[in-house]
Structure formats: structure tokens, C-alpha cells
Design a protein around this ligand. Structure first.
Ligand SMILES: Nc1nc2c(ncn2[C@@H]2O[C@H](COP(=O)(O)OP(=O)(O)OP(=O)(O)O)[C@@H](O)[C@H]2O)c(=O)[nH]1
Ligand SMILES: [Mg+2]
Length: 244
């Protein structure tokens, strides 16, 4: 069987807008009522079909809390798609999108696909941002746009797939080149996700402790694509040391 192409998505947006719920609904058909604050970045994958081709989506779900910006900024450059999420019931999360968009344009690669998602559309009785306003903003900035509900699943698959179709078209016409380096980064994202499963509970504090120690070296070498496995090796050594 032909191996799948890989596209990396990075999901950004304010804390509590529903990034993790969207990612989990898309990749594992689950929904969590409680806000389980993301620490740093979480990874998952799902394979879809576009134009009869298998496309593996590597998804980086970032923490919305501003304290994590130095970490989450590392995940823009390898992404084929950046999804900007706001909560339709919280006006300030939409107002912040302009700043997030600017950051995304500054840090992402040429040809990146940008998508805007207005989440929690099941709560339309509490709406603080109209559908038209979201759509107009998206049109003005050439963003894929959709309102979704991670709770009811409305438009969740559609949003991820629509973005994949746009990326696929760009690759076909040569607007977007996904060189080996990006594919490598996508593979590493997947291995990081697997390593997270192996190490199960307690992995995140150790991982970020390792990350902070290595960050200067990582930045000095400009190896953001390799930063992830370096951290994982450091984390693994740390755990081995504890097991001895
Ligand atoms: N009603 C409704 N609630 C939602 C929806 N999506 C997420 N939520 C709720 O919103 C809260 C926050 O969801 P998360 O996915 O954890 O938010 P997040 O954006 O990942 O937050 P951080 O990780 O802190 O950046 C949780 O209580 C979810 O149950 C939705 O579509 N509808
Ligand atoms: Mg989260």
C-alpha cells in the first residue's frame, strides 16, 4: 500500500476555547466536560482521505495560557496548517485572534494554510461573536473558516478536512513544498505522541523540566525540529536514572 503523505497542524487560541476538545473529537471521538488545562503541547494523529490519497495529519495541540508561548512558538515553523480557535461565547478570545494571526504569519512557513474556527456553536444562545463577523474576518485575511462544536461534533471533521484539501491543492500546484525536513518533524511529532503513551502519567513535568534545561542549547543550534527528540531522550534518561 502507498505510504500516506503527512501534514502537520498546529492548533492555537486562548485558554479554554476548546482546542484539546476539538483535537480529541477529531482523533478519538471523545469529549471532556472538564477543562483539563494543556501543559505545553499534546500530540495526536489521524489519517484521512483527500482526492483518494491517504493523508496522515499530525496534530500539535498547544496550551492557550500565555505562560507557554515560548514553548508553543516552536511549533509554528513546521506546520502546514495553523488553526486559530476562538470561543463564540467569549468576545475577548475573538479579539485576541488578530494578535495570534500576526504571530502565526511571522513564525510560520511560506504557503502555510491558516484556518479560523469559532468553537462552541452549540452554545449559540450565549453567543458574543456573530457568525458573519467571524466569516468576514476570515475572508479579509484569507483564512479557512468554520464554526464548530467539539461537544456535538458539528463541523469538526469538516474543518480539519477542508484545511487538508486546501493544503493538498497547494502542494499539487507547487505553492507549498513540504521538504524532507518538515516530514521529519512530522514523524518526530508522532513518535513524541507515542512516547507520551509509553511514559504515561507524570511525563509532562519531567519533559518540561528537561525542555527548560535544554532550551538555550536548542535555540543556539536553531534545531527546533530536533528539539523534541532531544527532550524526549533527556526525559527518558531522567526516568531511567529514577528507576535504577
Ligand atoms: N459547550 C461546549 N463546551 C466545550 C466545547 N469545546 C470545549 N468545551 C469545554 O470548554 C472547556 C475547555 O476545553 P479545552 O478543550 O480543555 O480548552 P483548551 O483550549 O484546550 O484550553 P487550554 O488547554 O487551557 O489552552 C472544557 O470544559 C470543555 O468541556 C464545545 O464545543 N461546546
Ligand atoms: Mg488544551
Amino acid at each position: 500500500m502507498q505510504s500516506a503523505r503527512r501534514f502537520t497542524y498546529t492548533i492555537v487560541g486562548d485558554a479554554g476555547v476548546g482546542k484539546t476538545c476539538l483535537e480529541r473529537q477529531f482523533t478519538s471521538r471523545t469529549f471532556q466536560e472538564v477543562h483539563d488545562l494543556t501543559i505545553g503541547v499534546e500530540f495526536s494523529t489521524r489519517t484521512i482521505n483527500v482526492d483518494d490519497k491517504r493523508i496522515k495529519l499530525d496534530i500539535c495541540d498547544t496550551a492557550g495560557h500565555e505562560a507557554f508561548v515560548p514553548i508553543t512558538k516552536q511549533f509554528y515553523c513546521g506546520a502546514a496548517c495553523i488553526i486559530l480557535v476562538y470561543d463564540i461565547t467569549r468576545r475577548e478570545t475573538f479579539d485576541h485572534i488578530a494578535i495570534l494571526l500576526e504571530r502565526a504569519r511571522e513564525l510560520s512557513r511560506a504557503g502555510v494554510t491558516l484556518a479560523l474556527i469559532g468553537n462552541k456553536c452549540d452554545l449559540s444562545h450565549m453567543r458574543a461573536v456573530s457568525y458573519e463577523e467571524g466569516r468576514e474576518f476570515a475572508k479579509r485575511h484569507d483564512l479557512v473558516f468554520m464554526e464548530t462544536s467539539a461537544k456535538t461534533t458539528q463541523n469538526v471533521d469538516e474543518a480539519f478536512i477542508l484545511a487538508a484539501e486546501r493544503i493538498y491543492k497547494k502542494v499539487q500546484v507547487g505553492v507549498l513544498d513540504l521538504p524532507e525536513k518538515v516530514c521529519l518533524s512530522a514523524c518526530l511529532v508522532q513518535y513524541a505522541g507515542k512516547a507520551k503513551d509509553w511514559l504515561s502519567t507524570g511525563w509532562q513535568p519531567t519533559y518540561f523540566a528537561s525542555l527548560s534545561k535544554l532550551r538555550n542549547l536548542w535555540q543556539a543550534l536553531e534545531l527546533s525540529n530536533l528539539g523534541m527528540p532531544i527532550c524526549w531522550i533527556a526525559n527518558f534518561w531522567h526516568k531511567m536514572g529514577r528507576w535504577k
